[in-house]
Write a protein that binds this ligand. Sequence first.
Ligand code: BES
Ligand code: MN
Ligand code: ZN
Length: 497
Amino acid sequence: MDIRFVTSGGGDAVAVMGGEGGQLFAAGQGLDSAANGRITRALKAARFTGAAGQAVDVFAPEGVDYERVVVIGVGKPDAADGMAVERWAGAAVKRMLTGGAEKIALMPDTLPGVAAAEVAAHAAMGARLAAYRFDTYRTKMKPEQAPTLKAVDIVMEGPAAARARAEKDAAVVDGVFFARDLVSEPANVLFPASFAERLRDLETLGVEVEILEPAQMEKLGMGALLGVAQGSARPARLVTMSWKGARSKTGRPLALVGKGVTFDTGGISIKPAASMDEMKGDMGGAAAVSGTMKAIAQRKAKANVVGVVALVENMPGANAQRPGDIVTTMSGQTIEVLNTDAEGRLILADAVWYAQDKFNPSAVIDLATLTGAVIIALGNEHAGLYSNDDELAQAIGAAAQAEGEPVWRMPLGAAYDKLIDTPNADMKNIAGKPVAGSIVGAQFVKRFIKEGTPWAHLDIAGTAWKSGPYEDPLSPVWATGYGVRLLNRLIANKYEE
Ligand code: BES
Ligand code: MN
Ligand code: ZN
């Protein structure tokens, strides 16, 4: 989709803002007076309140050059921020994506405390994110289901500053779309080897990509990762993506580690049939890491960042690991596998250790669709954040807030850690009682973080995809790409020179 920042635009349709109280902002008032008050009359007739996301269409108003004027609410005007503008623009684009219009104009108004260039950049971001579709496998789409929208004009004063930002923002959107594509692909298409091949393509952007196969992982002693993979006919891969954008290429990198279970049946501790298809998205952590690498390489971030993704398929099979099996990790610690469905932590154990051992990172952040328990705790609104470092946790919280990918910090502690002790090995992979499930998962990963390494774990089981009837103006019905914007912002704020 083509986005332009212009001082006066045109198109088949236009979107303007409405605020709580039901009134139009300045841009809409201009159109309304040209149309002799027809727009405000339409708003009244539709009982428009200006609530965020509420929309009213006015078709072919006389005196206006557009065939369609769409008024969309942004909520309380003085509480509206950059993210409100994004959702407004996203709602506009979603409403008009397949409606026949080829070109539309967005007329965002400046908001208290948000500069004009900022407003325009957010509008562009919202427009881009909302236009995402995953139509790869739809061969029989009816014409009215197919998108018609090709171009968006963002109408504003002084567009130069917005243009300067747009290229970097487009790189981030590309990263988000890469993550969404990966989460959307079915598991017969996206499995460890094919996932790794897609990451190979990042080399064209200057990312160094290294792909480990099972024999090499065996040599490194990754018994926990390989234990999960052994039930599948599709062999594991461990992929590292290095972006060296700092002046000193040897400076300690930030390490991002992702859970990449391309399908999670649960293994021998098999899951129930209902909604099991959703487990094709159990690589959302790996997708977020991959999307971030793509974004930062494309915008040439001045930081050293390494992404490590552990790619396996968790299947029951003749060679699958059994409940009770004891595996030895690369760290030397042993794990009693009491539930083969708690597999994410097993592959992370080896992946975070490898990342620390090989790259001596300044900090480690892992992302994983790790537990159903985090969805019980936080729903689909926040990812769970667990960290041994307050400063890192705060920086993640700020980045999350700014990018509309919220996190909620959860506690860690010795009493939780104790729950995974077992007489049979160094630890077991489940607590064995239904308490604090997402924290227990985090405590498990923490046992593989070296003393003194700042670390954060994001449990994104509730945010990587949406399975309910949620209407999110910035996301498609399924994969959100959660994590890419957050990590990109964190890198920009905290790790770039
Ligand atoms: N991939 C699942 C977690 C999950 C559940 C993600 C629902 C997204 C939606 C994970 O591997 C898993 O199965 N976790 C178990 C852990 C339990 C056995 C301790 C769970 O949450 O039930
Ligand atoms: Mn599982
Ligand atoms: Zn899983």
